[in-house]
Design a binder for this molecule. Sequence first.
Ligand code: GLY
Ligand code: MN
Ligand code: MN
Length: 438
Amino acid sequence: MKISNSEYARRRRNLMAMMEPNSIAIIPSAREVRRSRDTEYPFRQDSDFYYLSGFKEPDAVLVLIPGRAHGEFVMFCRDRDEAGELWHGRRAGPSGACEQFAADDAFPIGDADEILPGLIEGRDRVYYSMGRSTRFDRQIMEWVNTIRSKEATGAVPPGEFTDLDHMLHDLRLVKSAAEQKLMRRAGEITAGAHRHIMGQCRPGMFEYQLEAELHHQFALGGARHPAYLSIVGSGANACTLHYVENSAKMRDGDLVLVDAGCEFEYYAADVTRTFPVNGRFSPEQLAIYNLVLAAHDATIAQVRAGNHWNQPHDASVRVITAGLVELGLLEGEVDELIETQAYRDFYMHRVGHWLGLDVHDVGDYRVGNEWRVLEAGMVLTVEPGIYIAPQATSVARKWRGIGVRIEDDVLVTREGCEILTEGAPRTAAEIEAVMAAP
Ligand code: GLY
Ligand code: MN
Ligand code: MN
């Protein structure tokens, strides 16, 4: 299950079709990052670079030059090196970049300073991702200055520099059939792992032990890495939105919020489930849980091609606000509470975000002054939540310290949507049944 070379070629063609005539696009790979002394963080290719090439090595630069007679797709990458490869593993080398990754031309990365100015020279416009890496911004200017230094000999530096992100990220936003397949698998592995840990959870276990069970399931499913730092927050830790310490002992009577998704073949899943540590919801926990679930249902009902980006969010706000009034956590008229955003004391984030090669994936949420219209093939999360801080003295004590989020990954289809993560138990009854099973 992989993206084919012909799909990578199609992506490059699509991007080149959006570029102005006589232009060049330059995309650097990710770099290895030191973790401590001589160890590194696990290397993960830059998503834009990977989207256009499928190439997984660091120290590479991808260049697209539409209409170039000697080939439109040029790669710079690490040279083959017998001793280096003996220690660190195989490199494709420039010949591999051509043979396995379909580059038209490829050179050792060490030759980039010599060759790239020549590729840029005479082009009117350079596309690159501006301001993401000061190092790369500077690198582009150095290559351009090399051309400027030769102006007296007739060299012509480019006059226009354009951010590449907007165009490239528009392409990444709509997922192909092959991408949808990979995201479906990422969703299945992740949903299965959430189901699994519900069966494992016991009072007295530590949050990191649940995390370990979850990551074990990811890896067994073929997804070695989580797509982001997993959140396992029991009790009031669930009210810290980005709690990743995962160090507390889980207590009888508390809920635990687990926000974790695997990365499968570079595609992210992003799932949250909240369940009682002892397997049974208390009445207050159940009331909040069912309210979040109702918001989740109302949100999903708004995910369909033709609706705009904010319609699902608005639906979640309305259900949560009305429910909080009903439970006595907010006082007043629902419309007015929505208008004044009173719900934000308890529901302070958006209902979702794009999902893809990155967990908070790329793509504009507005086009001009309008919310983006959903199209078949877009993937987003649906993740309403209610968080009642332990210090929320404006509410009755029985509610304090309860935090609930329910998050699924959803593919927009023409008729509505497909939930990619529906294998994870979602209703309170399903959760209690899974947790009670022997
Ligand atoms: N796990 C990050 C998020 O839900 O957005
Ligand atoms: Mn999440
Ligand atoms: Mn999310």
